[in-house]
Design a protein around this ligand. Structure first.
Ligand code: PLP
Length: 388
């Protein structure tokens, strides 16, 4: 029996090391990694620049309290501000903390404006915002919330894609709309550009803040730095995590001037959030992702990947139903059981992960090249051949 509390159904495999798009098991097996720690290892495993950075920083300074100035944090915040819609950034350690901070920031904005009654957030069925209490009840997945009541109040949920229900849900108590720009856990469901534009318009018309959760789809995964950039809109609050740390736990919340205006010293905090070691890694990730041509390459490899998957969909209509996603955030909705499909991929030394709506999620590192995509696709084809 394991000493670890059993909250995960784990595959019986462990890894001793990794490089680029590959993981090596303790049994000396080589796997191609289309999980990337669930959209975390944006630069693959043990990227030279990250290894060098962490070595150097670990010999200088790991942690100081946020009671003091932290130049590495200032630098990462400034770079995020320079490259995005944001005016300010606050750092945490995980995605759930980042979405929770987003909720707090939205409520505080209206409170400080003298409208404390505007404190409810509209969310969408099928979304995922994390496992802390508020983020859990924000998404309100019946399996995830089971047994964890009483319910955390303050969220009004509407069906995904139901414009009428959304409009109806807005009332004098609504502070914000919160949604992932691309639903990850919910089955790689892309919100069409015109709907994101519509959300922005709706928020403007009703004086609401727009929170776009980019924890999974952000930091280059869609081929733009943020997935909402495809729709050419500007949100008010954006929680991020996963890819910004490349494997080091970092979460953050980006805000524009208006949304952040309610937050004063003492209103939020995190012991570890934004410490020098984490921030040096975050800066190193940005060194690569913001390099000229990096995101264009994600778009082009992502497009190639999509084309190959669409060919397989044509060839195996009894197995593959739909190819979804953007950039290197991809999903295939399968007609067989997605767990059976994943098991077969695993047998063939390919790692992928499930998502809602019977989807197999494919999230390779953003540094992947066409030849490694080919390797993954040929394994997917082998599995389709077997399950057809
Ligand atoms: C969109 C989204 N938001 C929030 C989270 C929670 O992030 P974390 O697991 O780092 O708390 C996740 C995690 O999968 C996510 O996909």
């Amino acid at each position: 029996m394991s000493a670890i509390l059993g909250t995960y159904a784990r595959r019986p495999v462990s890894f001793s090391h990794g490089k680029g798009c590959y993981l090596y098991s303790t049994q000396n097996e080589k796997f191609i990694d289309f999980v990337s720690g669930i959209a975390v290892n944006s630069l693959g495993h043990c990227h030279d620049h990250l290894v060098e950075t962490i070595k150097k920083q670990s010999e200088k300074l790991w942690h100081v309290s946020n009671a003091f100035e932290i130049p590495e944090q200032e630098r990462l915040a400034q770079r995020l501000v320079d490259h995005t819609f944001a005016d300010h950034v606050i750092f945490m350690n995980s995605g759930a903390e980042a979405t929770e901070a987003s909720i707090k920031i939205a409520r505080k904005y209206f409170y400080e404006k003298g409208q404390p009654q505007k404190n409810r957030i509209i969310t969408f069925q099928g979304a995922f915002h994390g496992r802390t209490l508020a983020s859990l009840f924000a998404a309100n997945n019946s399996e995830h919330v089971k047994g964890f009541g009483p319910k955390v109040e303050g969220f009004d949920q509407v069906p995904f894609g139901d414009h009428e229900a959304l409009k109806k849900a807005i009332n004098e108590n609504t502070a914000a709309i919160m949604v992932e720009s691309i639903l990850g856990e919910g089955g790689i469901r892309v919100i069409p550009d015109q709907c994101l534009k519509g959300l922005r318009k709706l928020c403007d018309e009703h004086d609401l803040l727009l929170i776009l959760d980019e924890v999974q789809c952000g930091i280059g995964r869609s081929g733009k730095f943020f997935a909402f950039e495809w729709a050419e809109i500007s949100p008010d609050i954006v929680p991020i995590a996963k890819g910004i740390g490349g494997g080091f736990p970092i979460g953050a919340c980006l805000v524009n001037e208006k949304a952040g205006s309610g937050m004063k010293p003492g209103t939020h905090g995190s012991t570890f959030g934004g410490n020098p070691l984490a921030m040096s890694v975050g800066n190193a990730v940005l060194d690569i992702i913001l390099e000229k041509g990096f995101l264009e390459n994600v778009v082009s490899v992502g497009h190639y990947f999509e084309q190959q998957l669409l060919k397989l969909k044509e060839k195996y209509p009894s197995v593959l139903e739909e190819v979804r996603g953007k950039g290197l955030l991809r999903g295939i909705k399968v007609k067989v059981n997605n767990v059976d499909f994943l098991n077969q991929l695993f047998e063939n030394k390919m790692l992928a992960v499930k998502a809602g709506d019977n989807v197999v999620r494919l999230l390779p590192p953003l540094i992947i090249e066409n030849k490694e995509i080919d390797e993954g696709v040929s394994i997917i084809e082998k599995v389709c051949e077997k399950l057809k």
